[in-house]
Design a protein around this ligand. Structure first.
Ligand code: PLP
Length: 416
């Protein structure tokens, strides 16, 4: 039995340690490259979930590791008394690659911080307090982000949350427009819901959200923490609908799979207040030289290696492969949905999803379900996955599906 897992149980998170043991995951990961993660006993897993969506560049991308090493040797963290050029460079790059007039960036260290900042900026810019968010949304677990997230199980133990938050069904433009009024500071949406179950909204939904905000003088916040950096087949998923938000939240892949990095990118209206009030919102570690040097290289790599194009092409190959592999097992998967390399396998019941996940692990594929919808197994490998690795992943998914097929009738009966 692993001693470190005992330490994990006694000193980190007892419940999670038990879960690791129950799933047979009692070997620590020790190194990872590209799409492959290796454990201490030498087992290699193909990571089909990219560390919850982080590894768009894959693990330890050589161009990013080189920049990280060089920056650590020079200076990792900032004095914060003197300005650092790395933040300035990444700010300019983000202004260049994000759509429309987004031009200013506040740097933080995680997705939830990027969302917290956006919520505060929307209040500061509009002088209003109300937020409209979507059912099933996931924006993080600090108080503000949790308040606009849409899963009651995570919210209930922590009430009271932010007041004046209204949740509407995701994808319903009429319900959204009806909820936005002259007291609304902002509408916050994911352009594709990730943890809600890889839900792609109907075409025109984001444009309708933009129009509803404009009609009432509210801001539009798009949370691209999971969808950004090319994963969905565009650099940012908002571009599928040609929509420009007032504030865009980024994290996960922005750090290139090397460093934690969050960013809230906004237009003058949303973030112009920094001109008069530069210290109104701050973070000690946010914008540090190491994270920003790696982040800038992560953006350059995503542009130069055409991550959006790669995600489109490989996503299509993966989707077709999965559809044909799971098609051999009727009743196992209702639908494969998503965009680019952000795919979800929708199973008919949470028990079926759990069984499929267990068999995927058995086939040495790292997969997880979406946090707000345990019926949906996310398949979102790094964009650097090769065609051969896509085929290998498909073959392993097919093998796992055949295994689940044996117990499918009982699993469906349990879920009924
Ligand atoms: N927003 C979205 C869309 C996410 O998917 C996540 C995490 O999964 C977050 C925010 C929160 O990010 P973090 O876990 O880095 O705080």
């Amino acid at each position: 039995m692993s001693l470190w897992l005992d330490d994990y149980e006694h000193h980190v998170n007892p419940g999670l340690a038990r879960l690791f043991r129950f799933m047979g995951l009692d070997r620590a990961e020790v190194h990872a490259h590209g799409v492959w993660v290796t454990t201490e006993d030498g087992e290699r897993y193909l990571d089909a979930s990219s560390g919850y969506g982080v590894m768009v560049h894959g693990y330890t991308h050589p161009r990013l590791v080189a920049v990280a090493h060089a920056q650590i040797d020079r200076m990792a963290l900032s004095s914060r008394v003197l300005p650092s050029s790395q933040a300035a460079e990444l700010g300019r790059l983000l202004a260049e690659v994000t759509p429309g007039d987004l031009s200013l960036t506040f740097f933080s260290n995680s997705g939830t911080e990027a969302v917290e900042a956006a919520l505060k900026f929307a209040r500061r810019a509009t002088g209003r307090a109300r937020f409209v968010a979507a059912e099933g949304a996931f924006h993080g677990k600090t108080f503000g982000s949790l308040s606009v997230s849409g899963r009651e199980a995570y919210r209930a133990p922590f009430r009271p949350l932010l007041p004046e938050v209204v949740h509407v069904p995701y994808g319903d433009a009429g319900a959204l427009a009806a909820a936005v009024n002259e007291a609304t500071a902002a509408v916050i949406l994911e352009p594709i819901q990730g943890e809600g179950g890889i839900v792609v909204p109907p075409a025109g939904y984001l444009a309708a959200a933009r129009a509803a905000c404009d009609a009432q003088g509210a801001l539009l916040i798009l949370d691209e923490v999971q969808t950004g950096m090319g994963r969905t087949g565009r650099m940012f998923a908002a571009e599928h609908d040609g929509v420009v938000p007032d504030l865009m939240c980024l994290a996960k892949a922005l750090g290139g799979g090397i460093v934690p990095l969050g960013a809230t990118v906004g237009n003058e209206r949303a973030m112009g207040f920094f001109a008069e009030d530069p210290l109104l919102h701050t973070s000690t570690f946010g914008g540090n030289p190491l994270a920003c040097a790696v982040g800038a290289q992560a953006v350059r790599v995503a542009v130069e290696e055409d991550f959006p194009g790669q995600a489109r092409r490989k996503g299509q190959r993966l989707r077709q492969g999965i559809e044909s592999a799971v098609g051999h097992v009727p009743g196992l998967v209702d639908e494969v949905r998503g965009r680019g390399l952000m795919l979800g396998l929708v199973t008919p019941a949470a028990g079926v999803g759990g069984a499929l996940m267990a068999e995927l692990l058995e086939a040495r594929v790292l997969a997880v379900y979406t946090l707000n919808n345990p019926r949906v197994i996310r398949i979102m490998p790094p964009v650097v996955i090769t065609d051969e690795e896509v085929d290998e992943l498909v073959e392993r998914i097919g093998r796992a599906a055949e295994q689940v097929a044996r117990s499918l009738p009982e699993l469906l009966a349990e879920g009924a």
